[in-house]
Design a protein. Structure first.
Length: 698
């Protein structure tokens, strides 16, 4: 047991969970697998679900085909084989001088859960078979003695995430012990007046009820309290982060005068779309301010984001500043470099490509050109984040495919004395609730329309029965002069996977596509090898390119109009949409065939959605509903801790509410200096200070 004498409440709550009653060293090592280290972690280890046993009846009160619960004792266990090579498990449960039978077919493993004399709650829809009540495949909860005393008539029981070696009743007992001994040590981060005005119950009432609720109404109130708090603290951090950036006022003033605008637009051999013009207007307004721009430019595949980014970089250069454009892969950074080369042909603007694989000599010369200011625009990968990359006068940082970097990497390019403007881009349209969390410290510009002349992509979902017919179509298109991608999944890039990829390549080269020139590109190749293959593909020397998802973003070969995606169920929906976007970039229509073996409901939903629409914004919402935000963008990769209880799909209205309230609070108390906000400030810095690089907000 813990001796709490002389310790502050905060110290006591950070005591290792090992010293809690019922834990010990061995069980503590198991709890660590559930990210439970301290007493506070136990208190805030929220249930993942609940089992409602609240409609508890005696056997003579039962009704057929209604969900009801009976509490009783296991009297007899019978497991026997059936005629059809299955099994029948029958548990006889004694309750108030009567018995009911619980039955499972072909679930012999359930036998190990029961022993004669166990006290259990049985929940299901019973049927009367002769004079005996039976319930098939019910939910059953084993009750410990303390649970029987606490819930003699059933109730709502928490269901916690588990790890091997720990059972539900053990977690419940540990949590109950912690609640009884330590709940009173907690301070409420919200002032009493705030709780009352926002319809939030105090933490001393909410915490016991989120774990062991009295009823469903009280559970909902407790859940609202913790969901609101979790989302509010995040929104508070994001609002404070934005206000800190604004308070610095160190960014250069970069006005888009009529003369500069005309000079930049003259470089583009096409008219800008209205969406591009709107985005440029928003970006130009931000850059003509001492407040550092912090803007997200999102747009669907082929909407022309790169052109908008080039405009912003040239605006910085026009005022004597440098610009940098960072992409997550060498393939994408080289594509951006090629785009700049075409657009800046004949211009005095100097640009270079800096990647990780450069030899020491050429790299040193490039670094000298960057440091001296001789180079106006630098394009590259993570190599740009190294300490030896020094800019003379950086005015703008463009980060492409932002979600593949992480929040903190935005700040690395900051220069002493001058804060550059930031423009981050993504070709993965983002649901509104996600932009308010993972991207909540950015303003947002959205490109929805595509440049004129872009052709539609026809998408087909198929199986092996149509494979030869599809390859016949591919051959026809190649003979017409078009080019094709064959995309295969790469799981771990092991030698075995590479061998399988090459085997598939050889099969096509000696089979369906033997009459055509094939190329192969994957992530294990060197940068030089990938460049050589991609250059050959761009020039048309390779007619069909077998590749992994290294071509997912940025690759622009307008003559490539046919795509085959093998094992499409292994790709995410956003990834499939990005891949498909490689074949809608020129004046010829695109054709994409997905070969899949969809064994799960989720993968079928994903593929059906892709085949039904080419609208990336619709697909983003569908993907969000199927997989959730964590899977879409990887919150851990952003440095933002995962939510304990909030659900961005279910809790959208609470998210909106918490965002409004956070803005109001920071407007009224920018440094959270008021003593009543002391605990809010401490919690915000503890949870998000490092992830969002928050300074001392006081």
């Amino acid at each position: 047991m813990i001796n709490d004498s002389g310790k502050t409440p905060a110290k006591i709550l950070t005591t290792p969970a090992q010293y809690l009653s019922g834990v010990g060293a061995n069980r503590a090592s198991l709890l660590r697998k559930l990210n439970i280290e301290t007493i506070a972690d136990v208190l805030f280890f929220f249930p993942r679900d609940y089992q409602d046993f609240s409609d508890v009846r005696t056997i003579d009160q039962l009704e057929e085909d209604k969900l009801q619960t009976i509490q009783g004792t296991v009297e007899k266990i019978d497991l026997r084989p059936t005629r059809k090579s299955g099994s029948l498990l029958k548990i006889s449960i004694w309750s108030q001088e009567q018995h009911i039978e619980a039955i499972w077919f072909n679930q012999a493993f359930m036998r190990a859960r029961f022993s004669v004399g166990q006290r259990v709650l049985v929940s299901g829809k019973p049927k009367l078979q002769g004079s005996t009540w039976q319930v098939t495949h019910p939910r059953i909860e084993t009750l410990t003695e303390d649970e029987q005393q606490a819930k003699p008539s059933g109730g709502i029981l928490p269901v916690y995430s588990l790890t091997e070696g720990i059972q539900q009743w053990q977690i419940r007992r540990i949590v109950r012990n912690a609640l009884e001994k330590y709940t009173d040590l907690l301070e409420d981060v919200f002032p009493v007046e705030y709780l009352e005005s926002h319809d939030l119950i105090p933490i001393l009432d909410a915490l016991p009820q989120i774990h062991f609720p009295s009823d469903s109404q009280t559970l909902e109130k407790a859940r609202r309290r913790f969901v609101y708090q979790e989302l509010f603290i995040l929104q508070l951090a994001l609002v404070v982060k934005r206000s800190q950036m604004h308070a610095q006022q160190l960014a250069p003033l970069l006005e888009a005068t009529n003369k500069i605008d005309a000079r930049i637009c003259q470089l583009f051999p096409f008219d800008l779309t209205s969406g591009q013009r709107d985005a440029i207007k928003e970006i130009s307004s931000d850059m003509n301010s001492r407040l550092p721009m912090n803007r997200l430019l999102q747009g669907d595949v082929g909407s022309g984001k790169t052109v908008v980014a080039v405009y912003a970089m040239l605006l910085a250069v026009a005022h004597g500043y440098q610009a940098v454009m960072m992409a997550p892969t060498e393939v994408l950074s080289r594509q951006h470099s090629l785009t700049l080369k075409k657009l800046l042909h004949g211009s005095k603007v100097n640009h270079l490509l800096l990647t990780g694989g450069l030899a020491t000599g050429p790299r040193r010369k490039m670094l000298e050109r960057i440091a001296s200011g001789e180079t106006d625009i630098v394009v590259g990968t993570h190599a740009l984040l190294q300490k030896d990359v020094q800019f003379k006068k950086l005015g703008l940082a463009v980060i492409d495919e932002q979600h593949k970097f992480g929040v903190r990497q935005r700040a690395i390019l900051k220069q002493a004395g001058i804060e550059p403007h930031y423009l981050v881009m993504t070709a993965t349209p983002i649901p509104r609730t996600v932009t308010m969390t993972l991207f909540g410290d950015l303003e947002i510009s959205t490109l929805r329309d595509s440049p004129p002349g872009r052709q539609k992509v026809h998408t087909y979902l198929s199986d092996n029965s149509n494979r030869e017919k599809w390859w016949e179509f591919v051959r026809k298109k190649l003979l017409e002069g078009r080019q094709a991608y064959i995309v295969v999944p790469m799981i771990d890039e092991s030698k075995l996977e590479i061998a399988n990829l090459k085997e598939t390549y050889e099969s096509l080269a000696n089979g369906q596509l033997e009459a055509f020139r094939l190329g192969l590109v994957h992530g294990r190749m060197t940068a030089e090898e990938k460049d050589a293959v991609m250059d050959d593909f761009r020039r048309g020397e390779i007619q069909a390119l077998m590749c992994t998802s290294v071509v997912e973003v940025g690759v622009d070969v307008q003559n490539a109009t046919v795509m085959t995606i093998e094992a499409a169920e292994r790709f995410g929906l956003a990834q499939l949409h990005q891949l498909r976007g490689r074949i809608s970039r020129g004046r010829h229509p695109g054709f994409c065939c997905l070969f899949a073996n969809s064994k799960t409901k989720e993968s079928r939903q994903r593929l059906d959605s892709l085949a039904s629409t080419t609208d990336g914004f619709k697909l983003a919402e569908i993907d969000f509903k199927i997989r959730g935000p964590g899977e879409l963008f990887g919150t851990r990769q952003h440095g933002i801790p995962p939510f304990r209880i909030a659900d961005l799909m279910r809790d959208q209205s609470t998210l909106e509410e918490s965002r409004r309230d956070a803005k109001s609070l920071v407007a009224a108390d920018p440094g959270l200096a008021d003593d009543s906000h002391r605990l809010l400030r401490r919690m915000m810095l503890s949870r998000y200070g490092k992830a969002l690089d928050l300074g001392d907000v006081g």
